[in-house]
Structure formats: structure tokens, C-alpha cells
Write a protein that binds this ligand. Structure first.
Ligand code: FEO
Length: 172
């Protein structure tokens, strides 16, 4: 059974993951309209992943005697100055999500809820991967600068990064 404090904290994370999914969905749509097909596919899949993170939390809360709350969400940005800035925002967003996960882990220890502590380790590992992935992408972006040929290759590459990342998840 979850304590009320733990339940509320987990419900806060349901919202964070739901909003993350919307943020990346908005990025996907913007990239699609701009003709950045690979980037758009990457963002659509990332949005799906965030929804999966949210669902995993919902199932856990309900399984432990709580009630997962589905709430109104903050609307994401609709437009982005450039794809470079968009990926910087993705990175910054993931850093914020990692802070939220760390805070949740902290609450689980305060509440002496070791089952939830154990459950959250999956998210801790996931955030390490997500931050590393975002950093790799930013490094690639820095390398290409304003080169059009580089952008073409990046758009093609980033699509493959997505596939590789989900393939390694399936193996895990
Ligand atoms: Fe679910 Fe990208 O954190």
C-alpha cells in the first residue's frame, strides 16, 4: 500500500511523463511540417516512449492500492526557432525529468517504501540513457553546423538512432 505522500508524488510524475509525451509530439509535428522526416520520426517515437513511461506509473500506482490521476496538461510550444534549438530543449527537458525522478527516489526513501524505490530504479536507468542520447545528438548537431549536406545526413541518422535505441531496449 502506498502512503498518501508517495501516491501524490507518483501522480505528479504521471503528469510529468504525460506532458513530456505532448512536448515531443508537438516537436514531431513541427519537424514533419518542416520536411525534416527523420527528426519527425524520432520525435513521434520519443513521444510514444513517454506515454509508455506514464502508463507504467499508472499501472504501478493502481496495483499498490492508490488511484492514478489523469489530469489536464500544460500545452507544449507549437513552434521552434530551429531544429538545433529544439534538440537543446529536448536535452534541457530531460535534465528536468531526471531531477523529478531523483526527487521521487528521495520520497520513497523518506517513506521507507522499498518496493517503490525498487520500481523507480528502472526510471533512474532510463534517464541516464535519455540524457546520454540527447547529448550524443547535440554533439552531432555541433559537428554539422550550418552545412546543408550535414543536415541531410543528420536527418537520416537521427532516425537510425531511434531504431537502435528501441532495439537495445527490447533486448533489456
Ligand atoms: Fe520519461 Fe524522457 O523521460
Amino acid at each position: 500500500m502506498l502512503t498518501k505522500k508517495m501516491e501524490n508524488a507518483l501522480n505528479g510524475q504521471v503528469r510529468v511523463e504525460a506532458e513530456s509525451s505532448q512536448v515531443y509530439l508537438s516537436m514531431a509535428s513541427w519537424a514533419e511540417v518542416k520536411g525534416l522526416e527523420g527528426i519527425s520520426l524520432f520525435m513521434y517515437r520519443h513521444s510514444d516512449e513517454e506515454r509508455m513511461h506514464m502508463l507504467k506509473l499508472i499501472k504501478y500506482i493502481n496495483e499498490r492500492g492508490g488511484h492514478a490521476q489523469i489530469t489536464a496538461l500544460q500545452a507544449p510550444k507549437k513552434a521552434f526557432t530551429s531544429f538545433q534549438k529544439m534538440f537543446q530543449q529536448l536535452y534541457d527537458h530531460e535534465i528536468e525529468v531526471s531531477k523529478c525522478i531523483n526527487e521521487l527516489v528521495h520520497v520513497s526513501l523518506e517513506e521507507k517504501d522499498y518496493a517503490t524505490h525498487n520500481f523507480l530504479q528502472w526510471y533512474v536507468a532510463e534517464q541516464i540513457e535519455e540524457e546520454a542520447l540527447a547529448r550524443t545528438i547535440l554533439d552531432k548537431i555541433n559537428l554539422i553546423g550550418n552545412d546543408k549536406g550535414g543536415l541531410y545526413l543528420f536527418d537520416r541518422d537521427v532516425q537510425r538512432i531511434t531504431v537502435d535505441s528501441s532495439a537495445s531496449q527490447n533486448e533489456a
